[in-house]
Structure formats: C-alpha cells, structure tokens
Design a protein around this ligand. Structure first.
Ligand code: ZN
Length: 393
C-alpha cells in the first residue's frame, strides 16, 4: 500500500456536488480547491496528505492556464468580457467604463491579482450559476408546465400539429441548465440545445444574486420555448433543414406568448423579437398567399413524411410548380452559405447564414428558377404560378 501515492477508494467520502453545466468556467478548479480544503481538514492521514499535495499542484496549474487563456483573448473579446468580471468582483475592482478591457488584463496578471483572488473570481462565476439554477428551479418548472399547456391549446386551435399534443406528456422531462456567461453571452447566444433532452439558458446578468435572478426571469422564458422547439420538434426535421428549424423555433414562442401565430412575416407582427429575421422573411415569402398554418403544422409534426408535411408540399407545388420546394430552398441557402464561407472565412457562421437567407429570398422574388429549377407545370396553376410569371425579369 505504501507504494501508492494515494488510493482514492480508501479516502473518506467527499460530499456530492450540485448539478452544474459541464464546462462552466472554473467548475473543475473550484471543485479541486474545495476538495483540497476538505482533505486538509481531515485528521492526519497519509493518503489524504498525498492526495492533497497532488491536488494542490493541479489547482496551481489550472489557475495559470486560466490566466493565460484570459490574456490571450483579443481586445474585442476582452471588451465583451469586462462587464462580467466587474459584476462578479464589484467589491474588488471598479473601472469608469464597464467595457474597459484593462480589467481582463488586471485579472490575468499574477503580479496584481493573487491566486486566492483569482480562485475567488472563478468560485463566484460557478456560484452565480449554481445559485441561479437552485433559485430558478420552481420558476422553470412552472414555465415548462405552461409551455406544455400552451402547445396543447395551439394544437387544438389548429396551428400546431396534432402530434404536438404529446409534448404535454414529455415537456417535464426536459432538463434545463443555466449556462455561465462564457458559454452563452460571450458568444452572443441566449441559449442552446445541449443534447436530445437538455437545454441551456444564459445566466441572468447583474451585480447581485437578486438582480441576476430578475434578469433571468425577464429574458429566459422566450429562449426556453425556442430551445424547447429544437428538443421537441426540430430534432425530428430532416438533416439540412436549419432554415425551417430556426424559423419554427423563433416563430413558436412568438405565437405562444404574443399571439398572431398566423403572421409569419416579422415586419407584419405587432410584437417581434427580430431574432432569425432573415430566415423568417424567407419563410414568409415562401408561404405568401398560402395558409400560414401549413408551415407551423408541418414543422411541429415530428416526422418529415407526416400528413402535415405532405399538405405543405402539395400547396408549395401548387404555388411554384415544382416538387420538394423546402429541400430546394434549403439547398440553395446552404450553397450561398458555402460560397460566403469561401469569400469571408473570418465572418461568423450566423452572419454568413443570415446573408445566405437574404440572398435566397432575393432570388426567390426576382428569379425563382435559380432556387427552384424549372417549373413542371405546362400551364399556370394556382396563385403561385401567376406570381412566378409576374415577377420574372
Ligand atoms: Zn435555435
């Protein structure tokens, strides 16, 4: 036994830690430091001491890696991160400008900020997320129950598919995790689907726990329904249907929370988030002159071969005179996105896709054959065919 530095299974049991999004900045080093403090407080024990020494070195290594990562950020990224650091360390640092990147350099500098203070910063980052997760559990459970009811009613009202009624049984199984600033706000992301049944929502921002919770209560509900859509419906769409997935995910919370589910065009709605604007403009153009609920029912039908998808495809065939209109539009948008990637590799993915949707919409208006190929109709049929001819240049 003396040949082992330590034998983890023989150490006293360390208490369980609360659930937190893996990847939360500091979560590993804070856990190590807590473990170290805990073992150091145990009665003198050879294994515990050996373990403590190893942990101590790992904590130091992790702290210096974190500092290096901070100082390696671009000035633009430091400007973005500065307010978060100031909000967590408001008792230790105060700059006139919340976005002053100097605060990031200060934190990363071992001559100015001790390891203890740096660890304290990481601990506060983790605690803000863990506390919010705990504080918001009941709130999120209630929101999720309301979402299940809303979807059930939307299905009865006929703007979501009948399959959407299943959500009332499964919505409570969705796991909701609060994501730390670095995983969300830092990338201009309000939430994301983490895996098949888990969504992440961006933490609330503020200098106190109460202020952060208040911000979360205000911002999280719409994002939750957007991500719920990806979990409950989007993941059943065919591969490459990002346009339909995101347009559906953004239109759904708007329809459920603000009404007007029949108005797909963001510019025509009384209230609009402006999120995925170009995607939804493209969908609105595609659906112009058709029953908008053909779209909302198809994307909530959980199966690309459903009755609802067939109904949408039939209507689009009537309008444009070609089959597989959704596939063709998605293909065209993807090929624009690929070209944009060649020309502007530095532009963010979201910016390129937004532009690709805009280009596809312009083509659909001015020269639909670029997007859809040649119509199969020999004579104009329905409204769409007439639109096609009128808009040709
Ligand atoms: Zn989305």
């Amino acid at each position: 036994m003396a040949t082992h530095a330590y034998a983890p299974d023989q150490l006293p049991a360390y208490p369980e830690t609360p659930p937190v999004l893996p990847g939360t900045v500091g979560v590993h080093v804070v856990e190590l430091a807590d473990r170290l403090a805990w073992h150091e407080a145990q009665p003198d024990d050879l294994y515990a001491r050996g373990f403590a020494r190893a942990v101590h070195e790992e904590v130091l290594a992790e702290l210096s890696i974190s500092r290096r990562q901070l100082s390696a950020l671009t000035t633009a990224d430091k400007t973005k991160l500065a307010p978060h650091i100031q909000s967590l360390l408001s008792d230790k640092v105060a700059a006139a400008d919340a976005h002053d990147p100097a605060v990031v350099n200060w934190l990363a500098d071992r001559n100015k900020v001790s390891n203890a203070t740096f660890l304290d910063f990481l601990r506060r980052n983790v605690e803000a997320v863990v506390d919010q997760q705990a504080d918001m559990t009941a709130f999120l459970r209630a929101k999720q129950a309301a979402y299940a009811d809303d979807v059930f009613r939307a299905s009865l009202d006929g703007w979501m598919s009948t399959a959407a009624m299943d959500v009332s049984r499964t919505a409570a199984d969705t796991r909701i995790l609060v994501g730390d600033y670095w995983a969300t706000h830092f990338h201009d992301v309000k939430g994301y689907k983490y895996n098949a049944r888990t969504v992440v929502l961006a933490q609330g921002i503020g200098t106190t726990r109460a202020a952060r919770n208040e911000d979360f209560r205000r911002t999280a509900p719409d994002t939750l329904v957007h991500e719920d859509f990806h979990v409950d419906f989007g993941q059943y769409l065919p591969a490459g249907f990002e346009l339909f997935n995101e347009a559906g995910a953004e239109h759904t919370p708007l329809g459920l929370h603000y009404g007007e589910p029949h108005i797909l065009d963001p510019d025509e709605r009384r209230y609009d988030s402006g999120v995925y604007y170009q995607y939804r403009k493209l969908i609105a153009d595609m659906m112009a002159g058709l029953d908008p609920f053909l779209f909302t029912r198809a994307v909530t039908s959980r199966n690309a071969h459903s009755q609802d998808w067939r109904a949408l495809n039939t209507a689009l065939y009537g309008k444009y005179g070609v089959n597989e209109v959704p596939e063709r539009i998605c293909d065209r948008m993807r090929s624009h996105a690929a070209q944009l990637k060649d020309v502007h590799p530095d532009r963010p993915f979201a910016v390129r896709n937004r532009r690709a949707a805009e280009l596809t919409r312009e083509e659909l208006q001015t020269d639909p054959q670029l997007v859809l190929g040649r119509p199969k109709h020999t004579k104009p049929r329905h409204l769409g065919a007439a639109v096609l001819h009128k808009r040709r240049r």
